[in-house]
Design a protein around this ligand. Structure first.
Ligand SMILES: *Cc1c(COP(=O)(O)O)cnc(C)c1O
Length: 369
């Protein structure tokens, strides 16, 4: 069985070393020594300031919306993402307003943002999809002109640098996910990276119930992470370079073997990528489904990611047309990608993809593009 992803695990002895420290101190959670160590090391590694490790990437988004005082308004967002990008907006009792994406990199199209701004717009919540950067400069320019906050769901952007700095350092707040399936993980976990010190201090409070000793200052929630999660993060962080290198090896081999058979996102200049996913676009949904089925017969799982386009979620209160997102989401899938995926397995996967497409009449279309 080859899954679309497989969590990296450090040598168990190295995790146990950290567990011993937890047992020695009997300090299990509440911003303990391992969590503080993880925060310090991640800050250094990512080269960012005002950094908070939290429970998961979804709560990170909720904390971000709350900390920027975005209440009861419209948030312009992307239809091409994981569902949590939209549901956190709704959970915080705001209204998602969908703006279509760019076909080349799957991120929100800045050219279309201004037409969606109303008197009630409070913020833009964009996603660096698959770790490819949004047009951060244009988005900031629009936000400045209309006095809007910018939040980046950077769940895919761990360790990505753009124009020489961390992609996580753009916007008012960027949020990360350290879920077991992501490039770097703490089993469950996430982070907020905050531009403004005042907003950062607010998250410091609101992530732990909004009080400090006997001083109750804000309405907060519990978004703390535990020493056990921090231990996994510390053990994993030692291997992050190898993890990304191995992902690059798999990606390069896919690129070589699938050239001419599938469409790929456009290359981006000044990008140090993390090889988080291997998305491929087929000519049609039919091709996509046939390839997924052929892989499934060999116990290989490719995943439709992201599908459906979020503007089609059944519980939205308004209808939005996002033809580019709907089109891409109907024919995009992510192929298996994880550090110890062998070259033999990548070759096997590519042979199945190519064989399936070759058997189809319209395969020549892609081949000639
Ligand atoms: C994984 C993911 C999230 C949610 O993160 P969790 O840590 O699982 O809560 C949010 N947005 C995107 C784009 C994601 O991929």
């Amino acid at each position: 069985m080859i899954n679309v992803t497989k969590s990296f695990l450090p040598p168990i002895e190295e995790y146990e070393e950290y567990l011993k420290k937890i047992w020695d101190k009997v300090y299990l959670t509440n911003q303990g020594p391992l969590l503080r160590e993880l925060e310090t090391k991640l800050k250094q590694f990512l080269n960012v300031e005002n950094f908070h490790v939290v429970t998961n990437g979804t709560v990170a988004l909720q904390l971000a919306i709350n900390a920027l005082d975005i209440t009861d308004g419209e948030i312009i967002t992307t239809p091409f993402s994981f569902v949590a990008t939209t549901t956190t907006i709704m959970w915080e009792r705001c209204t998602p307003v969908f703006v279509d994406i760019e076909p080349d990199n799957f991120c929100i199209d800045p050219e279309k943002i201004e037409a969606a701004i109303t008197d009630n717009t409070k913020a833009i919540l964009a996603v660096h999809v698959f770790g490819y950067p949004c047009d951060v400069d244009k988005i900031q320019e629009i936000a400045d002109r209309h006095n809007l906050k910018v939040i980046y769901d950077a769940a895919h952007a761990f360790a990505v640098t753009y124009n020489g700095k961390s992609l996580l350092s753009y916007g008012d707040i960027s949020t990360c996910s350290f879920h077991a399936t992501k490039v770097f993980h703490t089993v469950e976990g996430g982070a907020c990276i905050v531009k403004d010190k005042y907003v950062s201090d607010k998250i410091e409070l609101t992530k732990r119930f909004g009080f400090n000793v006997d001083d109750y200052q804000e309405v907060g929630i519990n978004a703390k992470n535990s020493e056990f999660h921090a231990a996994m993060g510390l053990a994993n962080l030692k291997y992050i370079k190898e993890v990304i290198e191995e992902r690059k090896r798999v990606t390069d081999l896919y690129d070589e073997l699938l050239k001419g058979f599938v469409q790929r996102p456009k290359n981006v200049d000044n990008l140090e990528y993390n090889y988080a996913y291997y998305p491929v676009i087929f000519n049609s949904e039919r091709d996509l489904l046939d390839v997924i089925n052929s892989l499934k017969k060999e116990e290989i799982s490719a995943r439709r990611y992201f599908y459906p386009s979020l503007n089609k979620l059944p519980y939205l209160k308004a209808q939005y047309d996002c033809p580019i997102s709907e089109d891409i989401s109907s024919r995009i899938a992510c192929l298996p990608l994880y550090p110890d995926l062998s070259n033999e397995d990548v070759i096997l996967i590519c042979n199945i993809v190519k064989k399936t497409l070759r058997e189809k009449e319209d395969y020549c279309l892609t081949k000639n593009k």
